[in-house]
Design a protein around this ligand. Structure first.
Ligand code: AGP
Length: 588
């Protein structure tokens, strides 16, 4: 999961590429680089670190280049070093490439190239693309043929951009990693994500799998990998994507936590016909599976509880990367519902493709309506929560939950509860006022070595999500546990001072979870109660507003997001850029 950006046109491309990189930096931020071409120069700059560090280093650049490609990296092959940063160049230093994905046959290709006398400067798989293109272009000086021959040799997943010295064009190719072209006035943008150029144009062309593009100042040519030309309509995308200003908040993560006051209502705004078809698909299915990764998987778990509770339907939640374990059960009577914020998660996309190949119907709940997932499923419902830039999923999770409640309650036909759901925004406002209390808790628990979240029934997926938020942002080891499971092993982990957060609103699970918390307290745990009702058992207490019992999951996750955020600040870490992670995991 890296971010790639390209520009060719009439403007100085340096500031355009830098700003574009900042917009896709959520996809990876181990290192950054760019290649700038002009009539008399071909310059490559790269650095370990974030975009603003490279920008600072070359801010006095007097480049007048109007053609360039750029890259922000999440390391897959090869460590985080300057040599491994993209762009990579060929031996003649006349070709530069940037790549997002994994070249699975890189070793055998590299051996062949070394035998032909190529020397490699990096440990990455991506660098071989530059050398193959060099070989192919050297033999016939035909950049189209050279490109088609190059991509035909590559196995795995790639979205790549290439530039060749003295040629005023950008070459692009796509197999399983996203690549979109923005059409401006006498200028073109190309990127992993529309966010990088949306402020310049909302006219785009999506490159599909096994397609290449050749972009000149005044022309765009699309081809299949077999060389047949393609005509593709321009699509106009929503301009509001460009509202990425982080006016008030220190981090995107906090901004997006606060945007949750509106997210429930936005998620409930669904096209009537599309929504009805979605419900029909669920009613007709003989087997229903939910699948997702990370936070989206936690939404899948809650979905199975909601379908059982309201329309009394059986369904199963599966981590996308574990989907193979039940693959034999998938058939034409299966409905697979994929849940995703980015719509580009590789593990999820391969599930979708496998399920479709077996004849299953595939639906999706997804935030990025311009994503690969949207183009590959039979029907999708948008989360409508706007771009989520913080690596930690926050508002997209609330949007997923709201939509899953709407689906389940609509299948039951309970309009009164749907009205209650719609009014939850007021309670979310209330919860966000807990910020000062949460800051104090964060200070108290910032040095914890381990942290446990316990919950029952609908609160169990929230315990999983609270743990994921804390560990991915603050790097504290955290686990979400089904409260009833403690005595079956995890209780052995409890010792003096072990912090445990009990998700325990006053609903049908209240007393049993309180008993579990008591068992932990008896063994030395520090209990943080998260509830609408305090109890003397709690060493600390987070008071959430009373809501209709079934809706507590939407309310109770917000204090957990805030806790993870403020613990992270206390630990002097940047919540927008957690180490080793990226926002969209586009590699399997
Ligand atoms: C959650 O905070 C993480 N960012 C990660 O687990 C994420 O939920 C997962 O990678 C799935 O992403 P998706 O929803 O875009 O498919």
């Amino acid at each position: 999961m890296c971010g790639i950006v390209g520009y060719i046109g009439h403007r100085n491309c340096f500031p355009i590429l830098i700003k574009g990189l900042k917009r896709v930096e959520y996809r990876g931020y181990d290192s950054v680089g760019l290649a700038l071409l002009s009539r008399d120069s071909f310059e490559v700059f790269k650095k370990v670190g974030k975009v603003n560090e490279l920008e600072g280093e070359i801010s006095n650049l007097s480049s007048n280049s109007c053609l360039g490609i750029a890259h922000t990296r999440w390391a897959t092959h090869g460590g985080i070093t300057e040599e491994n940063a993209h762009p990579h160049v060929d031996c003649s230093k006349g070709i530069a490439i940037v790549h997002n994905g994994i070249i699975e046959n890189c070793n055998e290709l590299k051996e062949e190239l070394i035998l032909k006398g190529h020397t490699f400067l990096s440990e990455t798989d991506s660098e071989i693309i530059a050398h193959i293109l060099e070989e192919e272009y050297k033999s016939n000086k035909d950049y189209i043929k050279a490109t088609l021959n190059t991509v035909s040799k590559l196995k795995g997943s790639f979205a790549l951009l290439a530039v060749i010295k003295d040629l005023e064009l950008i070459i692009g190719a796509r197999l399983d990693s996203p690549l979109t072209i923005g059409i401006g006035k006498d200028e073109y943008f190309v990127s992993s994500d529309i966010l990088s150029f949306i402020e310049y144009t909302d006219d785009v062309i999506f490159l599909n799998n096994r397609e290449v593009c050749f972009i000149k100042r005044d022309s765009l040519t699309l081809m299949n990998f077999d060389g047949s030309e393609i005509k593709r309509d321009i699509v106009k995308v929503a301009k509001e994507l460009s509202d990425l200003s982080n006016k008030v908040f220190e981090h995107y993560t906090l901004k997006e936590i606060h945007e949750q006051t509106q997210v429930v209502r936005l998620a409930l705004l669904q096209d009537e016909k599309r929504f009805k078809t979605f419900l029909e698909g669920i009613k007709r299915a003989k087997k229903i599976y939910f699948t997702g990764c990370g936070t989206s998987y936690h939404a899948c778990v809650l979905a199975t509880y909601l379908l059982a509770k309201f329309p009394k339907l059986t369904s199963e939640a599966l981590i996308a990367s574990e989907f193979d374990s039940i693959f034999e059960l998938i058939d034409k009577d299966t409905l697979l519902i994929a849940i995703s914020q980015s719509g580009e998660t590789a593990d999820l996309l391969s599930c979708v493709r496998e399920a479709k190949a077996k004849g299953a119907k595939v639906f999706a709940l997804v935030n990025n309506v311009n994503s690969s997932l949207v183009r590959e499923v039979d029907l999708f419902l948008p989360l409508n929560c706007g771009p989520e830039v913080g690596v930690a999923a926050t508002k997209s999770f609330i949007a997923q939950l709201a939509l899953l409640y709407l689906i389940s309650l609509s299948l039951k036909g309970d309009n009164s509860m749907i009205k209650e759901l719609y009014n939850l925004s007021n309670s979310i406002e209330e919860v966000l006022k807990l910020e000062e209390d949460i800051k104090r808790l964060a200070l108290k628990y910032k040095d914890s070595k381990d942290f446990y979240f316990i919950g029952r029934a609908l609160h169990y997926p929230i315990a999983l999500e609270g743990a994921l938020k804390l560990k991915e942002l603050s790097y504290i080891h955290a686990e979400g546990l089904a409260a009833g499971e403690l005595k079956h092993g995890p209780l052995a982990l409890i010792s003096d001072g072990t912090p445990t957060l009990a998700i325990n609103p006053s609903d049908e699970t209240y007393q049993r979870t309180l008993n579990n918390a008591s068992e932990m307290k008896a063994r030395g745990a520090k209990i943080i109660g998260l509830s609408d009702e305090n109890n003397s058992l709690y060493d600390d207490f987070i008071k959430i507003p009373k809501v209709m019992e079934v809706f507590y999951p939407i309310i109770e996750v917000i204090p957990l997001q805030l806790l993870a955020y403020y613990v992270t600040l206390q630990r002097k870490l940047n919540p927008d850029y957690p180490r080793n992670l990226a926002k969209s995991v586009t590699v399997p």
